[in-house]
Design a protein around this ligand. Structure first.
Ligand code: PEP
Ligand code: MG
Length: 891
């Protein structure tokens, strides 16, 4: 035991509570919201929450509970008993409780729950008597033994299910609901014998032992492998811990006037304003999410749309339905967000068991935020702040081409939108291995469980044959933004034979299928896709984001296709045009190679003269597409070696095409070979050795300005960028040759050509000497790819081999090539900014490394007061949103 500071147990129930929704850190999301619902007068079964501090204290103190916890829990149990008029362990009138986890943020299905706790050989008789329903009491007891044995005692869940299956066969029953009270009592004896055989101890009959067993299991489940994986995937700190909620049981399995369900106040797939949910009559909560029975719709409209024959809750229990929808409306208005709720109806009386902000698809998130802002429930800024920038990725990716032929082999529920295609795999470990080999897979399971989380993460999409829209597969897939089709009941999976069959066809592991999470269709083969729609709710959020952000957003674009896409996504210019990408194109590579193997300046200039018109045409096209927006063009950066053939066969082929002796080419390849090309003859160093290359590029840029001005009537203003500068002298040398060409083109064309000349800042020395460099350079663009590489001394091309080890061992929180290392590389950027501005206060500052599209790095760029970020076209909307969120946070 150890001492703890502060209150460890918070009670709630009957219109009063010790906590509120603000206490999430201490009470976890579930506990805080249960307290809040009580405060609002919503019917909630009484209970108490053991704080997250108890969990963290337990781990910090050699797995010991703090002093006084036992007494506090005992007092709280007594209080709950008094509220419901029952006693814990009371033979005649037993109090039963649920014990559930509840972290600060919801981690669906990741941690443990025990229901019906407090039942033993004696209290079960009392329950039967008081409920007037022996069958219900014994059914509850057997469920409790099953769950407790699984969660607390760690026994194999399937052994109990198998025993139940055999027992039903013996007695000629098909459904659990057919099993009689006495039969349940017989099965319970077998279950208990199984527990004793497997664990060496009898099933605990002392209700306090049961309670502490369950509390311990919940706390330990924080450190279960699946919870740890989930935290890692969702960046949830290990130090938060879970709260434990102990709550009086209410029963949805007390006959046909009882039910249990889950609901969302809006449709979590599309965001449409409609009550959306499922329930089961005469069932307990876990039956709905486990996907064992197919749940019924709550509303009549949904039932009709789904073509279900089983009645809706609206039809079956109209009064309760009315009360329920009233509560849903109140909770949504109170929390000002879409709620995900759990409820139970016990013998006609409604109880709310949980409310929380519901997980939703990116599309739904946009719609809900826009609708709520337009209704005045939230502000536009709140709407913008609520969208996870990373989730936009889901929307920016293709969906199935509606015109494409589809060989539909099955249909299921449209559980999570988006289209996915890949090889069929039936096992989560295999999915993970396949992904590691670069293969795309669709994970096909009868149903998924939290053990499948890594497989779902690795798969392109998920297909299940059982379970509804709120099944594990559906909820988790939506959270991950993965396409998912659930409950495709016509499909029969045969794990042993690694195949599934449907409508007389058989699909083997490795066969290609496509799933459409928006329609629920499953198709053979790969189906073509189309580009996403960028108007509607997406357009609204982007417009509101643009109204508040301060950072400019440009794109890294080298081709007309990229540039057009960048504009469609809202880029305000090109922040980086890597001209070498233009060199690689088919017909040009010959001229580039001719230039590289040239022996003399004259030969080199002849080859460059062939490249000039092609480069000029490229720039004209880019200027036209960008229509007056800034275009930053970087001079050639990679080592020349990259443009030459490598294998002997290729050398022979290229030499023959070039009509030169293979020996000449071989010699040039050998001459240019470098041990460390990334730190070798590249960047401005090329321009130092071969000024004619930079001159040709500068000429192409300025002549393109003249040509584009002639066509459009207005002159583009290019930003000419010199790569990999380490100091002022290098800069001056290259800038001088650019200026000379500029003067020549002006003289030849008779046109005044405006331009900016600046540099990449991508070496630590350049950051340190930024004041010197800014004396001449008119802009800086931080190349954080190379800056990360050179600051860490880690090759950006080789880091993947060990990066995971660094992240898994917590040495780095995230891969510094993905999210900027604020402490180190960020510090260098800040030094560069400060020193640059000290000499040239109006210097234009941007970033064009991959970090420009990473939300956390965008926040850093905002805080560092850069003028813009530049990122790949697909990430432009993400950067726009992240920049707006940074500004909102600042306000
Ligand atoms: C950089 O180094 O950050 C950069 C944008 O240049 P490249 O990736 O082309 O080296
Ligand atoms: Mg670079």
């Amino acid at each position: 035991m150890s001492t703890s500071s502060g209150k460890m147990v918070y009670q709630f129930g009957d219109g009063q509570a010790d906590g509120t929704a603000k206490d999430k850190e201490l009470l976890g999301g579930k506990g805080a919201n249960l307290a809040e619902m009580c405060q609002l007068g919503v019917p909630v079964p009484p209970g108490f929450t053991i704080t997250t501090q108890v969990c963290t204290g337990y781990y910090n103190n050699d797995n010991a509970y703090p002093d006084g916890l036992e007494a506090d829990v005992a007092a709280a149990v007594k209080w709950v008993g008094a509220k419901v008029g029952a006693g814990f362990g009371d033979k005649a009138n037993p109090l039963l409780v649920s014990v559930r986890s509840g972290a600060r943020v919801s981690m669906p299905g990741m941690m443990d729950t025990v229901l019906n706790l407090g039942l033993n050989d004696e209290t079960v008789r009392g329950l039967a008597e008081r409920a007037g329903d022996k069958r219900f009491a014994y059914d509850s007891y057997r469920r409790f033994i099953q769950m407790y044995s699984d969660v607390v005692l760690g026994l194999d869940h399937d052994a109990f299910e198998d025993m139940l299956g055999e027992f039903k066969d013996e007695n000629g029953h098909e459904l659990d609901t057919d099993v009689t009270a006495d039969e349940w009592a017989t099965l319970i004896e077998r279950f208990k014998a199984l527990v004793e055989e497997e664990s060496g101890e009898p099933f605990p009959q002392d209700v306090n032992d049961q309670l502490w067993g369950a509390v311990g299991a919940v706390i330990k489940s924080w450190q279960s492998a699946r919870a740890i994986t989930y935290r890692k995937l969702n960046e949830i700190p290990d130090g938060w811990g879970t709260a434990v909620n102990v709550q009086a049981m209410v029963f949805g399995n007390m006959g046909d006037t009882s039910a249990t369900g889950v609901a969302f106040t809006r449709n979590p797939s599309t965001g449409t304003r409609e009550l959306y949910g499922e329930f089961l009559v005469n069932a307990q909560g876990e039956d709905v999410v486990a996907g064992i029975r197919t749940p019924q719709n709550i509303t009549e409209a949904a039932r009709i749309e789904a073509g279900m024959s089983d009645p809706s809750l609206e039809q079956l229990m109209p009064e309760t339905f009315k009360e329920l929808t009233g509560i849903f409306d109140r909770l949504e208005a109170h929390y000002r967000d879409m709620q995900d709720l759990e409820f139970t109806i016990q013998d006609g009386k409604l109880w709310m068991l949980q409310t929380r902000s519901g997980k939703r698809t990116a599309q739904a998130a946009l719609k809900i935020a826009v609708d709520m802002a337009e209704d005045g429930l939230i502000t536009k800024s709140e709407a913008v702040a609520r969208i996870d920038p990373g989730s936009l990725d889901q929307l920016l990716h293709p969906t199935l081409d509606p015109k494409a032929e589809r060989d539909i082999i099955a249909s299921g529920l449209p559980a999570s939108p988006g289209a996915a295609c890949g090889e069929v795999v039936f096992d989560s470990d295999e999915a993970e291995q396949a992904k590691a080999q670069g293969r795309r897979v669709i994970l096909v399971r009868v149903e998924t469980s939290p053990e499948d989380i890594h497989g779902m993460h690795a798969a392109e999409g998920i297909l299940t044959t059982r379970g509804g829209m709120t099944s594990h597969a559906a909820v988790v897939a939506r959270g991950m933004g993965k396409p998912c089709v659930s409950g495709a009941g016509a499909i029969h999976v045969n794990y042993d034979e690694q195949k599934f069959t449907v409508m007389g066809q058989s699909v083997q592991a490795g066969d290609i299928v496509t799933i459409d999470g928006a329609s629920g269709q499953v198709m053979r083969g790969e189906i073509p896709t189309i580009k996403p729609e960028l108007s509607g709710d997406f357009g609204h959020i982007m417009k509101w984001a643009d109204e508040v952000r301060r950072l400019g957003i440009r794109a890294n674009a080298d081709t007309p296709t990229d540039a057009r896409m960048a504009r469609e996504f809202g880029a305000e210019g090109i922040g980086l045009c890597r001209t070498e990408h233009m060199f690689f194109e088919n017909e040009r590579i010959a001229a580039v190679r001719e230039m590289i193997v040239a022996d003399t300046d004259t030969q080199r200039r002849t080859a460059l003269a062939k490249l000039l018109p092609m480069q000029r045409a490229d720039f004209v096209e880019l200027f036209e597409i960008m229509a007056g927006l800034p275009v930053t063009i970087r001079l050639l950066d990679p080592p020349l070696h990259e443009f030459l053939p490598h294998g002997e066969e290729e050398i022979l082929e290229v030499a023959s095409n070039m009509d030169i002796d293979p020996e000449v080419l071989r010699a040039r390849v050998a001459e240019l070979d470098e041990f460390n090309p990334m730190l070798g003859h590249r960047g401005c160093r090329l321009a130092v050795t071969y000024p004619e290359i930079a001159e040709m590029q500068a000429r192409a840029i300025f002549e393109a300005v003249v040509e584009a001005t002639g066509k459009a009537g207005t002159a583009p203003i290019p930003e000419v960028m010199i790569p990999l500068i380490a100091g002022r002298a290098e800069y001056d040398l290259v800038a001088a040759s650019i200026s000379a060409v500029h003067a020549e083109v002006e003289a030849q064309s008779g046109q005044k050509i405006e331009f900016l000349c600046g540099t990449m800042i991508e070496l630590p020395r350049a950051c340190l000497k930024a004041d010197d460099i800014a004396g001449a350079a008119e802009f800086f663009s931080f190349g954080t790819n190379d800056l990360t590489q050179t600051a860490f001394g880690i090759s950006r091309d080789d880091s993947a081999r060990f990066m995971n080890d660094y992240v898994n061992k917590g040495i780095w929180e995230r891969d510094p090539f993905v999210s900027i290392d604020v402490d180190g590389v960020g510090e260098l950027v800040k030094i560069g900014v400060e020193r640059g501005r000290s000499v040239r206060p109006d210097i234009k500052l941007g970033i064009c490394g991959e970090h420009g599209g990473d939300p956390a790095s965008v926040h850093f760029c905002h805080a560092t007061d850069l003028d813009y970020v530049s990122c790949s076209p697909f990430r432009v909307p993400i950067a726009r949103l992240a920049a707006a969120q940074a500004a909102i946070k600042d306000a």
